[in-house]
Design a protein. Structure first.
Lengths: 254, 286
């Protein structure tokens, strides 16, 4: 399983909300074309960690970050980082599907348009390919100009993933992407993640341990702001090294 | 029935009576205006009222067109001035300003709504009218002066309703947009404003209702000539001014013609309010 390069290297990452320290000295490498799952109880810092990887924490007032996040070798917390470009390359899917209250087509082309692409043919090509990549094209090809809020929850979440793929990111961050979906829809989104890892690096936060075990190659266990254990998913779930990880995955805690 | 239950029942009936009396007062006013205003409109013909250009009420000439045009002109002018200013302020206060600054500024803006209209009119008369006369020509008392004063007067309405509807846009839309690499301004322009559109439009329509109904401030700065203005520097008379200026000495058919003015004003405002209700209802359904 080893051998691919590290896309993201996190070094001594500390995140504070005001005086509260949400993450303590996190070190972690994320490998290209792999799915890395972050598990742990609620409020343990896994979403904060995810949002640190594309600097979405910047939007939260009073949030302070120390340490380094190296993306392709460059620290994204350097002052000269181009945030717009960073967020294009490191995209994010949220817990609740959040399509814009615009048409399906406008949702998909939104990211391209804000990055200055206006060529009609290119936009149409992207619309087709992005929807195709998340297996929505056949379902929605006749509904491209309908309001995206009319879609089902699963379709909305797929649309949000497609919207992201349209801007050609390298890393896809997913923050509990299935928590608002039923088990059937969840299984289909998981299949999609499996397909996507051929072309993208995926980091997923989940509170669902089965999900982490099913889809991921690497797993990290967060507890109260610490990264307790990180390793190959198989190893974490069969022979955890840390007692706290074992307690969590066997259901004795959390 | 226990005594306490009987007590509740009595209170319910009492409140119902009070509510009904408030509604019936409104109904009586409506009936009275129409009863007083419509007969003369039918006597001389609807067309001569709505399209007649001559208002000589003592000579049976009741053309209201100059006043209808006047009301629409100053209202349109108020919107041209008030809407961009109000929208820009609302966007700044919700999306770009520090939260502490918003907490200070929003009450200040709402305070603007509490200033009596005669004070706005007085300020307009003392400063704005001479300024227009000296810099742009004409008598100063003009469509332009009335539009500027009304544009300022509708700001609190436009701003506070726009702020409420922009705040009602879920943060998840903003996050989704920022996470795709959009700038803050792109996010506001392409996602937040379209999502808040119907609320913003409702606020604009309410502001429009305020502008068309305003009387005192307009009388003081508009010049009040009952002619269709040929430029924005010409004086103008609105429907509301027409009633207020002549009611003191009007009798007979003249008085009825002023009620007819009221009927037309009433209908215009009803249309605007219905529009506002329909657009806000549509937003809620989304």
């Amino acid at each position: 399983m080893s051998g691919t390069k590290n896309v993201i290297e996190v070094r001594d990452l500390n995140v504070y909300y005001g005086k509260f320290q949400a993450l303590r000295s996190i070190n972690l490498d994320i490998q290209a074309n792999r799915i890395t799952a972050l598990i742990g109880p609620s409020g343990c810092g896994k979403s904060t960690f995810l949002r640190a990887l594309n600097r979405m924490n910047d939007l939260i007032e009073g949030c302070r970050t120390e340490g380094q996040v190296l993306f392709e070798g460059k620290n994204i917390y350097d002052p000269e980082t181009d945030l717009l470009e960073l967020r294009r390359r490191v995209g994010m899917v949220f817990q609740r599907p959040n399509p814009f209250p615009l048409s399906v087509a406008e949702n998909i082309t939104y990211g391209l348009r804000v990055h200055g692409i206006t060529d009609r043919e290119y936009l149409e090509e992207k619309l087709y390919r992005s929807l195709q990549a998340v297996n929505l094209w056949d379902e929605l090809k006749d509904r491209l100009y309908e309001n995206a809020l009319k879609l089902t929850g699963e379709q909305q979440q797929r649309l949000c993933i497609a919207r992201l793929l349209a801007v050609e990111p390298e890393v896809v961050l997913m923050d509990e992407p299935c928590s608002a979906l039923d088990p059937v829809a969840t299984a289909r989104i998981e299949d999609l993640m499996y397909e996507l890892k051929k072309d993208y690096t995926i980091v997923i936060v989940t509170h669902n341990m089965q999900q982490a075990a099913r889809v991921s190659d690497y797993t990290g266990y967060f507890l109260l702001g610490d990264l307790v254990e990180f390793g190959e998913t198989h190893q974490i779930f069969t022979s955890p090294r840390d007692k706290r990880t074992e307690d969590y995955i066997t259901g004795r805690f959390g | 029935m226990t005594p306490l239950e009987r007590n509740d029942r009595l209170i319910r009936i009492g409140l119902l009576m009070i509510a009904l009396s408030a509604i019936s007062i409104l109904a009586i006013i409506t009936v009275f205006i129409f009863e007083q205003g419509t007969p003369i409109m039918f006597k001389y013909g609807l067309k001569s009222f709505l399209l007649g250009r001559d208002w000589y009420p003592t000579e049976q000439s009741f053309g209201l067109l100059p006043m209808i045009v006047g009301s629409l002109m100053v209202t349109a002018g108020a919107l041209i001035i008030g809407v961009p200013l109000g929208l820009a302020s609302a966007i700044f206060l919700t999306e770009f300003s520090h939260r502490r600054l918003t907490r200070i500024l929003k009450p200040v803006i709402e305070l603007l709504a509490g200033i009596p209209s005669v004070v706005y009119g007085f300020i307009g008369l003392m400063f704005l009218v001479p300024f227009i006369r000296e810099n742009f020509g004409g008598p100063g008392l003009s469509v332009l002066a009335a539009s500027i004063i009304l544009g300022i007067m509708i700001l609190p309405t436009v701003i506070s309703i726009a702020i409420d509807s922009i705040r009602a846009v879920p943060d998840s839309y903003r996050e989704g947009s920022i996470a795709l690499g959009a700038t803050k301004w792109q996010t506001v322009r392409l996602v937040v404003l379209p999502a808040a559109r119907s609320g913003i439009v409702a606020g604009i329509i309410l502001g429009m209702g305020r502008a068309i109904g305003e009387t005192m401030a307009v009388i003081m700065v508009a010049g009040n000539a009952a002619n269709i203005p040929d430029s924005i520097l010409a004086p103008v008379r609105t429907l509301t001014s027409n009633i207020a200026l002549e009611m003191a000495y009007a009798g007979g058919e003249h008085r009825e013609a002023l009620f007819a003015t009221g009927v037309i004003l009433f209908i215009i405002i009803m249309i605007l309010n219905t529009l506002a209700n329909v657009t806000t209802a549509r937003q809620r359904r989304k």
